[in-house]
Design a protein around this ligand. Structure first.
Ligand code: MGD
Ligand code: MGD
Ligand code: SF4
Ligand code: MO
Length: 743
């Protein structure tokens, strides 16, 4: 007898509801879109459709591993935690707290465990050596939001379902399914813009599937988005098209901005962007003329040399056209688990600096681009041990070959990861989280980025076997080890501590639903739970904007109500203007021209002048059936269009004597790799493209399918010495390379 169960897809930011079919042995034998989910309404992509294959992957680790001379061998959970405790304590005693680094990767943003426990682990370790995939991804957007709105988490999303005009830069949602903008069936939502008479414009050095769907595609030279956006702002001022609308009186720095953009004429940036001045003017006029418009930039605008400036200027345009915080413009979603009464201290960076390259801390992190430096440079404060959680930096970080060598030299490494892969093969202890079917789901990191206010909680579909910890428990136990409480401490103790301290704060904040109440009494109302994360999630939902407020609104959300009354999720309505809830700059205004950004614009001027740069530059690309480095072990998802080829324009190929299918050598300052050429006019001249997440030919891994479709690691040619200075973000796009035919 088969049964049906429901959960959210954990694989990307689209948050699709899934309907799973399970057989008698609790294997996932079928996956369909959950038609009753009010947000995704049955939408599903090929990755979600094969979640059963991933869930049942025979290469998935089921027990902890210990690295021995002969390779990795299985050990018991107690022994694994005891080993971690012993070896970490030893290293901290000898070298101090900063000798232990933490790196957490992309899947931690898709779990309950990551957002709830990684912070506690870092606090308990007391280390400043914190690294994550954020500095290979969206850190520029956090810095932009931090300086403009005061809160690095206040990232506006395009109100896709109501806009009439979408200007999209460096995003390819038809392959990625969207990012920093959760919108299941992104393509359907773009078509709906067109169906209601609106316009979609895509700016990308490649003619992507998204560009083909769009009404207009504009090729841009990689890394030149900030130049383009400044010229668009220039045109708005020059043609008297600036109209702040309801934002008038709520922004600071308009005059500084006007002064900054005054010489960035469309003519001036035409060479560096590769876009004709007339085209730029037309784009600015259309943006200003649209009833409701939104500008949206994603990874192509972040992982480049001017990532922060480009991210900032996207929202500058939203402000200048009066589209920030209004329906159909760029809006701030309201997540059900984030209290709106809490005020954050205004954002700042550089509170401490990295040891080797003297780079500023951003959001409490150092750039992943300097992790290899900190591990391999001797001296006081050198990193000797590393904890990775849901990350594969051996493939995903810039300058990856150097980082891999550094990983191999660590005294101790522990990885929380379901696979023995290119990174975790270096770990002395691997702690595997259970399969998705055994894992609860609530999108703590992503619901604040959804294009409708929405919430969904999925309990585990299959119970955990006796003695097997969930990922929340694994991370809680690591945090307790780091705090000195020991490998045997009750993991729930951590959650009780967090709940007690959150409630103690909440009762003191006027405006909170529990202002003036007794924390102990509130704790009692939460009752008893089986697992600590439930306690915390329940508390967060109750204190949140739709919450039951510990009695303040008896109809409001609790974890039990979300789980039992809304098993397919609950629609909490369209996005609403809420700038006042969000803003926490020192001035209380939107900072339109933060001084550090204006100063960084000098680097843009250095790029200007004369003829466009010669030589080839490298950009990335994503394929629909990929997910960074870790879905290549699912047979249905490799092959076909999902191939690790070097795409180049036929005119460049002819000039270099390269034919389609030829073997080529791609070289940069950082390294050299070999790939197969694929000629296509979908990439502009002067640009070549390789996807990331490949290079599965390392010894000592357990990835049978991926190993047979190895590909090459593009990050052996991306350069860890090049970063966006304001955010420390890696530069994956616009990397200067040479390409030659071999053989
Ligand atoms: N050249 C180039 N490089 C890039 C990019 C690019 O566009 N071009 N993109 C960058 C971006 S945007 C990102 S986000 C990074 C990603 O960088 P990473 O997060 O470092 O890499 P992933 O490939 O996502 O690796 C995810 C890891 O998590 C493990 N995992 C899977 N599920 C779970 C789980 O439930 N729990 C735990 N604990 N682990 C799990 C997988 O086995 C894998 O080891 O890569 C970056 N690197
Ligand atoms: N199928 C699939 N989906 C994914 C992932 C995956 O690996 N595979 N990864 C997930 C992750 S971690 C993330 S962060 C998101 C990313 O989601 P998206 O941002 O939509 O990612 P991409 O598809 O890489 O699109 C980036 C686009 O930027 C273009 N580009 C490169 N350089 C520049 C530039 O200088 N300027 C401009 N304007 N464009 C440029 C590239 O050609 C590419 O088309 O996707 C997520 N979803
Ligand atoms: S679009 Fe993303 S969330 Fe939806 S099914 Fe595909 S991978 Fe899962
Ligand atoms: Mo990402």
């Amino acid at each position: 007898m088969s049964r049906t169960a429901y959960r959210t897809c954990p694989l990307c930011e689209a948050l699709c509801g899934l309907e799973l079919t399970l057989d008698d042995d609790d294997r996932v034998v079928g996956v369909r879109g959950d038609k009753a989910d009010p947000f995704s309404r049955g939408f599903l992509c090929p990755k979600g459709a094969t979640l059963g294959r991933l869930d049942g992957d025979p290469d998935r680790l089921t027990a902890p591993l210990l690295r021995e001379d002969s390779g990795h061998a299985e050990i018991g959970w107690d022994e694994a935690f005891a080993t971690v405790e012993r070896r970490l304590r030893n290293i901290v005693q000898r070298y101090g707290k900063d000798s232990v680094a933490v790196y957490f990767g992309n899947p931690t943003a898709h779990s309950v465990a990551g957002p709830l426990y990684v912070g506690a682990l870092i606090k308990a370790l007391g280390t400043r050596n914190l690294y994550s995939a954020s500095t290979a991804d969206q850190m520029p957007k956090h810095v932009s939001a931090g300086h403009m709105f005061g809160d690095p988490g206040a990232i506006p999303v395009p109100d896709l379902d109501r806009t009439d005009h979408l200007l999209m830069l460096g995003a390819n949602p038809l392959e990625s399914n969207g990012s920093l903008c959760s919108a299941p069936d992104f393509a359907g939502r773009l078509r709906a813009i067109q169906a209601r008479g609106g316009k979609v414009t895509v700016v990308d050095p490649r003619r992507t599937r998204t560009a083909k769907l769009a009404d207009q595609h504009v090729f841009i030279r990689p890394g030149a988005d900030a130049h383009l956006l400044l010229a668009l702002a220039h045109t708005l001022f020059a043609e008297d098209l600036v109209d702040l609308g309801a934002l008038a009186g709520r922004v600071h720095g308009l005059d500084d901005l006007r002064a900054l953009v005054v010489d960035f004429t469309p003519e001036l940036v035409a060479g560096v962007t590769g876009i004709r001045p007339l085209q730029i003017r037309r784009m600015a006029r259309e943006l200003a003329a649209a009833e409701r418009a939104a500008v949206y930039g994603r990874i192509g605008t972040c992982t480049q040399a001017h990532g922060t400036l480009a991210s900032w200027l996207v929202d500058v345009l939203n402000v200048l056209t009066g589209n920030l915080d209004r329906p159909g413009g760029a809006m701030f979603p309201r997540a059900a688990h984030v209290p709106v009464y809490r005020r954050k201290a205004p954002f700042t960076t550089g509170r401490w600096r990295s040891r080797v390259r003297d780079l500023p801390e951003v959001n409490g992190e150092f750039p992943v681009a300097t992790l290899a430096d900190e591990i391999s440079t001797p001296g006081e404060g050198q990193v000797r041990a590393l904890i990775t959680i849901g990350g594969n930096p051996a493939l995903s970080a810039p300058g990856a070959a150097r980082l891999e060598r550094a990983l191999a030299g660590l005294e101790f490494m522990v990885s929380v990861d379901p696979y023995l892969n290119e990174t975790t093969r270096h770990a002395h202890v691997v702690l595997p989280p259970p399969r998705p079917a055994q894992t609860p789901h609530y999108d703590i990191s992503l619901l604040g980025l959804a294009v409708r206010n929405y919430a969904r909680y999925s309990p585990p579909v299959v119970p955990l076997p006796q003695g097997r910890p969930g990922e929340a428990e694994i991370l809680a136990r690591l945090a307790l080890i780091a705090s000195g409480a020991g490998a045997d401490a009750d993991p729930m103790a951590l959650d009780e501590m967090v709940v007690a301290s959150t409630l103690a704060k909440a009762v003191k904040i006027p405006g909170s639903p529990v202002y003036g109440r007794e924390p102990e009494e509130l704790r009692k109302e939460l009752g008893s739970v089986e697992q600590g994360f439930e306690l915390r999630l329940d508390m967060m939902l109750r204190l949140g904007p739709y919450g039951e407020g510990f009695g303040a609104d008896p109809e409001g959300l609790t974890l039990a109500r979300l789980r039992d009354e809304h098993p397919h999720g609950v629609d909490l309505g369209p996005l609403e203007p809420r700038l006042d809830e969000v803003l926490c700059t020192a001035s209380g205004l939107v900072e339109l021209c933060p001084p550090s950004f204006a100063a960084d614009a000098d680097r843009l001027r250095a790029d200007l002048g004369g003829s466009p740069p010669e030589g080839l530059v490298l950009v990335g690309r994503r394929h629909l059936r990929s997910n960074n480095s870790w879905l290549h072990n699912v047979p249905e998802l490799v092959g076909g269009s999902n191939r690790c080829t070097l795409q180049l324009n036929p005119s460049d190929a002819a000039r270099l004597g390269i034919g389609d299918g030829d073997a080529v050598r791609v070289a940069s300052r950082a390294g050299t790799i070999h790939a197969v050429a694929e000629t296509t006019d979908s990439v502009m001249t002067g640009v070549v493209s390789l996807p990331h997440g490949w290079g599965h030919d390392r010894p000592g891994t357990r990835l049978r399918i991926a190993g047979a479709h190895a590909g090459v690691n593009v990050n052996e040619v991306t350069d860890e010495q090049e970063i966006d200075p304001l955010s420390g973000n890696a530069v994956f796009n616009g990397v200067p390379v040479t390409v030659e035919r071999v053989g």
